[in-house]
Design a protein around this ligand. Structure first.
Ligand SMILES: O=C[C@H](O)[C@@H](O)CC(=O)C(=O)O
Ligand SMILES: [Zn+2]
Length: 278
């Protein structure tokens, strides 16, 4: 077995408000997702979203069921999104078909499929970011290359939040995953400010394309009880439905955002006005 997994339980907002730095990190921060030759998964109890990383080297890595699935195969009752977040060309085998992924390309895989991951060059392995949530029907496998994503340019240099949002799932049908990638322009450091919450959907962020010595101060918590988690390249964070999810970097970066829950409406957010934030 080349899969490591851990479980995260859901946290009440009052409990989170009482946590110190180490406790916050233990419950919400996900580190070490990208380990050569392994698939590493974090099974969360936020909408049962699985957040993972995979770095195939010489061997193909099969995405096999883990004990928390309780099913014979991983995608027996789930859907999957893979995003290429670094390294050389990655190959995803879905049944008899193989899809090649380059930097920032996304692949959607529907319920019931068998998936295996490879790197074209073991010396320059692909880094795959994985997201999986329960699904209610099989949907076709759909590659969305980065260039085919729906792009929205937002923010400004004056507010240090000039960025492009690339929506991967607006043109395809998914059961419940909504996913995209946001890239900050050079000199811009703020994401998702003003912030928002969406009780209908949890969200997870993976920060990447961040310089090794740089950090993102990720903001979480209820709008009137904010906390921060200092994050490095390749680290993910879970945002409970009651929490804002915003960040300020010491330089520009990219992040993959992904949601699962009661609707797939990207625009359905409740603003957290700055005047109410504490
Ligand atoms: O619910 C949506 C998510 O929080 C992100 O899409 C926000 C984001 O990428 C940004 O503003 O930079
Ligand atoms: Zn959000």
């Amino acid at each position: 077995m080349t899969i490591d997994h851990e479980t995260r339980f859901a946290v009440h907002p009052a409990a989170a408000a009482a946590m110190d730095t180490e406790e916050l990190r233990r419950h919400f921060l996900i580190q070490d997702l990208f380990h050569p030759g392994r698939i590493r998964l974090c099974y969360t109890h936020y909408d049962r979203m699985i957040v993972g990383g995979a770095v195939p080297t010489a061997e193909e890595l099969a995405l096999e069921a883990i004990r928390p699935n309780g099913t014979p195969s991983f995608l027996e009752r789930r859907e999957l999104v893979l995003v290429h977040v670094g390294g050389g060309t990655g190959q995803v085998r879905v049944g008899a078909e193989t899809h090649a992924l380059e930097a920032r390309d996304m692949l959607y895989v529907g319920l019931g499929q068998e998936v295996a991951l490879r790197s074209l060059d073991a010396a320059d392995p692909a880094r795959f970011y994985l997201l999986s949530a329960p699904a209610h029907k099989p949907l076709p496998t759909r590659p969305i290359p980065h260039a085919a994503a729906k792009r929205l340019d937002l923010g400004s240099r004056a507010t240090a939040n000039e960025r492009s949002i690339f929506q991967y799932t607006t043109t395809i049908e998914t059961c419940q995953i909504v996913v995209g990638l946001t890239r900050l322009a050079e000199g811009s450091v703020w994401n998702t400010m003003p912030a928002h919450v969406h009780d209908r959907r949890m969200e997870a962020y993976l920060y990447f394309e961040l310089a090794e010595e740089a950090r993102v101060f990720h903001l979480m918590g209820e709008p009137a009880q904010t906390r921060h988690i200092v994050m490095a390249e390749g680290e993910a964070v879970v945002s409970p439905p009651w929490s804002i999810h915003s960040g300020c970097g010491t330089s520009a970066y990219s992040f993959v955002w992904a949601m699962a829950g009661d609707n797939v409406d990207y625009t359905d957010m409740d603003p957290a006005p700055l005047k109410d934030m504490r």
